[in-house]
Design a protein around this ligand. Structure first.
Ligand code: BGC
Length: 752
């Protein structure tokens, strides 16, 4: 169960499989397109991407208004290195199922590579064996390697390209996909030096350089020497390899971008000089080493369901492949697997992806948080543009840090992203109690983001209100007192005031310097404390639920009965205003707040709210079903919890949202892992420690995962018994079904 395999060459699934079989290392990602078939290019999304690298294009509005962003970042499709066409006695290998036998493609989750193989039958009936392998190196992020291996009793020719003729995919009919500005990179120069083919490009508007150097190695496994020739033509460098019987072409591509490097040319050369000797198999060895340590702590083992196991490991692997680990990049909604949402980073990171990495890969979590710290200046600048005198307003969607949302009702109005980011920093604090980190970076983000609540909120009859915001549910926009936003802001300001005193006690001198720099004093903190304490949290007495916002329950109910299947997702079939007029949800909103901050509502309210909102939720957003699953477990609705989990865990593999071709849904990938840990196992981390309350769905036998807490590692195994084992570090206190335990070595508790 350490692979994703497909032995079916189905043309209808080509685009989908390009996403599923993507490879990446968090810096570079490449979709699973066919090396030998550039002619398929028109029908597929033949993309490779660099995390954090962007072009910046003007936003053209029909009607603009004050404060609208005028430019936006886009993730460009970079030079294409995928093509290697194969010729057998002069006949080109084409993708034709009738000429291909034993087709097989596999993504190896322990070897970190993708492999495709088949037997090809030529027009004259001769057979050839072809194997294509590719990997994005985890050891050296700049490197992408390919290998084409052909065995054929005759002449073999491989023409491999470094192609600068690339444009992004666009789709006018789907707002989740980009429109306009398809040509984002401009070719500066193609040249050859010391057997390295260089393709020098630049982001057309942002003028950020990007260099790819490609070098080939040829192995002819029979006596006859192979030959290699290069040629620069049009916008490509083509390299022709010739041999007989058995030819293996290895292609090493090195990418260096102008965001991370001051001298892209020298950096490419330098990386070559260090790795020139490495063969494809040497890189595979490095992948295996890296992945063995990744899986050790990150694996979630499932007992009794191969189908679930396959899906969970696939998800963890793709998260690893897409997540930025260098504080310059983050993880976009589709990771590095496609162009959906233009490669933007959203709150998806803090509320879905980060909670998983906080538990299993603390260093990744830190890097993601530092990315937010790095873009704090842009968030402050955005707050000024929005007319706020103080504080920082994080962009709803971005790459470089600027607000890139051109539709403010479902974009900039989602101020909750400020609290989501702060929540994540606070979680990090709960995991590590690392006051030095808080002082260096986290505190400033937490204070600056908290200031926004004082800017956009106001006092009303002794309560604190926040008006004109949009909560997570994008089918309800610009409302007053969105429960999610208010409760998150309440928690956020509570922590801001708490950290103020904790950090003062920790390092008065250092903390006073920070306060001076950002002009923060006890009066302002007191304002936050009071606003937090008096925060209005909508509650409807009659229904016994937290109302999503002030006006939600007074709206008409959406007519679900007469909405046929083909009208979903609603966003593609109804004007936003139509949707906004009804009680209908795109995704978990209040239910999500109840998950993140269950301490602010009692269980009865949580259950009643779940029952109420569930009926109104379309789950048109991929961020929804995992949260409903987690909360179904919390409410004791075990069958439902399993159904939601299955919906979430198979979403991309079965393409249930119909748009996996535009990239995998990163938040959901993490969300279904959380469905096991936070859902079935009931794991929580709070101020007073960690707790679990495990259940096991009857469809499988149990599960196992690890968490990192206060410097110690725990392994939690749930079957008939719950076993908690201390793997290393100091003893850990844990609550299991409301009983407190100290784990020094191993404890076993009967499962309820
Ligand atoms: C969801 C947002 C999410 C975005 C990117 C939208 O459909 O409504 O909550 O951030 O997708 O995943």
């Amino acid at each position: 169960m350490w692979q994703l395999a497909s032995n079916n060459l189905n043309f209808e699934r080509l685009l989908l499989e390009e996403s599923l079989f993507s490879i990446g290392n968090g810096y570079i990602g490449t979709r699973g397109c066919f090396e030998e078939a550039p002619e398929l290019m028109k029908n597929t999304i033949r993309g490779s991407y660099i995390n954090g690298y962007y072009d910046r294009v003007p936003i053209l509005y029909g009607e603009s208004a004050y404060g609208f962003p005028t430019v936006q970042d886009k993730l460009p499709r970079i030079m294409d290195t995928q093509t290697s066409m194969v010729f057998l006695d002069g006949e080109q290998v084409v993708i034709d199922a009738s000429k291909m036998k034993n087709y097989f493609r596999v993504l190896h989750l322990k070897k970190g590579l993708c492999e495709r193989r088949y037997t090809y039958i030529t027009n004259s009936g001769k057979e050839a064996r072809l194997i294509f392998r590719r990997l994005a190196s985890f050891a050296v992020n700049n490197i992408l390697c390919y290998e084409v291996d052909v065995e054929y009793d005759g002449e073999i020719e491989i023409i491999s390209l470094l192609d600068s003729d690339v444009s992004n995919h666009s789709d006018e009919s789907d707002p989740r996909v980009a429109t306009g500005h398809e040509k984002l990179l401009t070719l500066k120069k193609l040249h050859l030096k010391d057997e390295i083919a260089f393709c020098d490009m630049e982001a057309s508007f942002a003028k950020i350089p990007l260099l790819c150097g490609t070098k080939y190695k040829l192995e002819s496994k029979v006596d006859i020497e192979g030959t290699l020739e290069h040629c620069i033509q049009d916008q490509k460098i083509s390299t022709t390899a010739k041999g007989r019987k058995h030819l293996t072409l290895q292609k090493m591509c090195i990418f260096v971008d102008g965001i991370r490097s001051k001298d892209i040319y020298n950096d490419v050369i330098d990386i070559y000089s260090r790795y020139d000797r490495y063969s494809f198999d040497d890189f595979v060895r490095l992948q295996e080493e890296y992945l063995s340590s990744f899986w050790e702590n990150s694996d979630i083992e499932i007992y009794g369901s191969e189908k679930v196991q396959e899906a969970i490991r696939f998800q963890l692997f793709h998260l690893l492949q897409s997540v930025g680990k260098d504080k310059i990049s983050n993880i976009s909604a589709k990771g590095l697997t496609g162009e959906g949402y233009e490669g933007h980073y959203f709150w998806d990171t803090e509320i879905y992806v980060l909670p998983l990495f906080q538990m299993t890969q603390p260093e990744f979590a830190k890097q993601l948080l530092l990315y937010r710290f790095n873009i704090l200046p842009q968030a402050k600048e955005r707050a000024r543009q929005m007319g706020h005198k103080r504080g920082a307003a994080y962009p709803w969607r971005t790459i470089s840090g600027i607000e890139c949302s051109s539709y403010f009702p479902a974009g900039t109005a989602q101020y909750h992203i400020n609290a989501d980011i702060a929540y994540s920093f606070i979680q990090f604090y709960l995991y590590h109690r690392d006051k030095a980190f808080m002082l260096e970076s986290a505190a400033e983000v937490i204070f600056e983001t908290a200031r926004i609540w004082l800017e956009i909120g106001h006092w009303h009859k002794g309560e604190y209100h926040i008006d004109n915001v949009t909560g997570p549910d994008e089918y309800t926009a610009i409302v007053n007192n969105n429960f999610y936003t208010n409760v998150m802001a309440k928690y956020h300001m509570y922590w801001a005031s708490r950290l103020y005193s904790e950090l003062m006690d920790y390092d008065q001198n250092g903390f006073e310097k920070l306060c001076q720099r950002i002009n923060l004093d006890a009066d302002e903190i007191n304002e936050m404390k009071q606003a937090s304490e008096a925060m209005f949290l909508p509650y409807d007495k009659e229904l016994g639920i937290n109302e999503q916002d002030d006006s939600f329950l007074s709206k008409e109910l959406w007519d679900f009965e007469n909405t046929t299947e083909d009208k979903y997702p609603l966003l593609l079939h109804f004007h936003p205003l139509t949707i906004y007029r009804y009680q209908v949800l795109k995704q978990a909103d209040t239910v999500l707040a109840h998950f993140l901050l269950e301490e602010y509502s009692d269980l009865e309210t949580v259950k009643k709210s779940f029952d109420y909102y569930e009926k109104l939720t379309t789950h048109d957003s991929s961020l929804s079903s995992c949260i409903y699953g987690i909360m179904a477990s919390r409410c004791g609705y075990h069958d439902k919890a399993y159904d939601y989990f299955m919906e979430s865990v198979r979403m991309d593999l079965d393409d249930t949202h119909g748009n996996t071709k535009d990239g995998l849904h990163m938040a959901n990938l993490a969300g279904s892992c959380l469905s096991i840990i936070n859902g079935f196992a009931g794991y929580r981390i709070k101020e007073n420690g960690i707790s679990i309350a495990p259940t096991v769905p009857k469809q499988f036998e149990g599960y196992r995962f690890r968490i990192h807490y206060l410097g110690s590692w725990l392994e939690i195994k749930v079957q008939k018994y719950i076993q908690v084992k201390l793997l290393c570090g100091n003893s850990v206190n844990i609550t299991i079904y409301d009983h407190d335990y100290i784990v020094n070595d191993i404890i076993e508790v009967e499962r309820k």
